[in-house]
Design a protein around this ligand. Structure first.
Ligand code: GLN
Length: 502
């Protein structure tokens, strides 16, 4: 059954549906592998065989009774530890929540359970989703299955390394500034940030509420589309949830054609500052599209130059407020300092011990940006830049259907290389941040291996808000263009994890 771990989720669903294999067999195959290899990639913070197998058994029983709950019925999945789960501890990668057992399931988790997807475990992440490498996880970094000395991206590096290392056929991530798309790019997986509000945030531990979105991390574009169809939809428990369905992404993938497609290349995100091999891969994708009759148009988005700066004011401002609830009183860690433990001293001692340096840095930055004397100069200006970015995008989308950029400026860097240089770390998200500031959908699709290091590179597709189907269409077309080179998905080219040593 070891070949099961090499199949896409759509293939596994088909095998389960036609009863050639059971959900219990598939779930066990991924579980055995995860238990054996998780120490190499450290993808999971928490694995729970009993719960996963119980859910797989239920999926098999439903199938025997003629009930198929979704097109991914019976396929197991890994969930980023930023979503609350009532049957597993939830930490968001932080010591302050170590051992916390939530009393309810996030809406996305409820949807996964109802759709018949057994949950394998909770994946590692940078603390409170702040970071690009998982090196800011309080529990230690995850590792990239292509090279265990390198980062798997962040903040959702647990999810991306689980998929790329074949420890899960599917995973859920969260994307506030790129934490689904960036890890997908550097591990050769597919990652989608849906339109803001397309997927419920109820039960998602908030980082920056106006930017956070939940989405899929997978091997193939069809798998991502199938998973987005399962998790999206209106949720009365989330006031920012979109009222209407955005249609079927799987259908958009299956019906994808080049007809009339116009693609924009953003002047500010096409050459400068990108690793040579990443730029070369990007040009290769553009050439392939041109060869298929796609019209390529250069578009100008001058305010993108300020997107990282604006993001790193808006995000800390919102995060400083969202993280105020970790006060030692309601849940999580409580430290009693020596001497007179007044409430202020207990809170201060707990937050001092419970939060890591990056979280503290952002709380201080955000509190400062929101303070009365500086609010207009910092937070106010950042919000104005946000509007300008939205205007640049609106102008661009008047000319083209989608925009294309490299997803990440470089391939996966080495563990330790940027961890002490926050600014260098922030710049990894230069191409992904505009989508969060504008609330639009973005998908990262693998587009090959960079010449100089043989590591995966990704191309990002951006579409107008609520046109996720258009982004999936183009993602599917690009994936198809590369099938002749590496088969169904790039991850199949990754080294054998069993043979690699940490
Ligand atoms: N790397 C970005 C940050 O540190 C993105 C985080 C995210 O998308 N959760 O904020």
């Amino acid at each position: 059954m070891s070949d099961l771990i090499h199949k896409s989720a759509a293939e596994l669903a088909q095998l389960i549906n036609s009863k050639q294999v059971s959900s219990v067999e598939v779930t066990s195959a991924f579980f055995d592998r995860s238990e054996k290899l998780n120490h190499k990639t450290f993808s999971y913070l928490h694995l729970n065989r009993e719960n996963a197998l119980a859910a797989a058994k239920l999926a098999d029983q439903a199938l025997a009774a003629g009930k198929v709950h979704s097109p991914l019925h019976g396929v197991p999945i890994a969930v980023k530890d930023v979503l609350v789960t009532k049957d597993a501890p939830t930490t968001a990668g932080s010591k302050i929540l170590e051992g916390w057992m939530p009393q309810y399931d996030a809406t996305v988790v409820v949807k996964l359970r109802e759709a018949g997807l057994p949950i394998l475990g909770k994946t590692n992440m940078d603390e409170f989703a702040m970071g690009s490498s998982t090196e800011y996880s309080a529990y230690g970094p995850s590792r990239n299955p292509w090279d265990l000395q390198r980062i798997p991206g962040g903040s959702g590096g647990g999810s991306s390394s689980a998929v790329a290392g074949r420890l899960a056929p599917l995973a859920i991530g969260s994307d506030t500034g790129g934490s689904i798309r960036y890890p997908a790019a550097v591990t050769g997986s597919v990652g989608t940030k849906p339109t803001y509000g397309a997927v419920s945030r109820y039960g998602v531990i908030a980082l920056a509420s106006s930017l956070d979105q939940i989405g899929p991390v997978t091997n193939t574009v069809l798998d991502a589309a199938l998973l987005q169809d399962v998790i999206s939809g209106h949720d009365a428990k989330d006031s920012t949830s979109l009222p209407n369905s955005l249609g079927s992404m799987a259908e958009a993938v299956r019906n994808a054609d080049f007809k009339g497609l116009r693609v924009g290349v953003v002047k500010q995100l096409s050459s400068d500052g990108f690793q040579a091999g990443v730029s070369e891969r990007f040009q290769d994708t553009i050439s392939k599209l041109t060869a298929n009759g796609v019209e390529i148009v250069e578009v100008d988005c001058p305010s993108f130059e300020y997107s990282v700066a604006a993001y790193y004011l808006i995000l800390p401002a919102e995060a400083s407020s969202n993280l105020a609830k970790y006060d030692s009183v309601r849940f999580g860690m409580r430290i009693l300092p020596e001497g007179n433990p007044t409430i202020e001293r207990v809170m201060a001692a707990t937050r001092e011990a419970g939060f890591g340096p990056e979280v503290k840095r952002r709380i201080i930055l955000g509190t400062y940006a929101l303070s009365s004397g500086y609010y207009d100069a910092y937070y106010g200006s950042a919000q104005k830049v946000r509007t300008l970015i939205q205007q640049d995008l609106a102008k661009a989308f008047a000319k083209v259907d989608v925009l294309l950029t490299p997803t990440a400026p470089t391939t996966a860097f080495k563990i330790g290389e940027k961890v002490n240089d926050p600014l260098a770390m922030y710049l990894n998200d230069i191409a992904t941040i505009p989508a969060n500031l504008a609330g639009i959908p973005g998908i990262s699709v693998p587009n090959g291996l960079a010449k100089e290091d043989g590591l995966p590179s990704g191309v990002q597709i951006l579409a107008p808000a609520m046109q996720d189907a258009q982004a999936y269409r183009v993602a599917a077309l690009i994936e198809n263009l590369y099938k002749a080179e590496w088969g169904d998905y790039l991850i199949s080219q990754a080294p054998d994890l069993e043979a690699l040593n940490v």
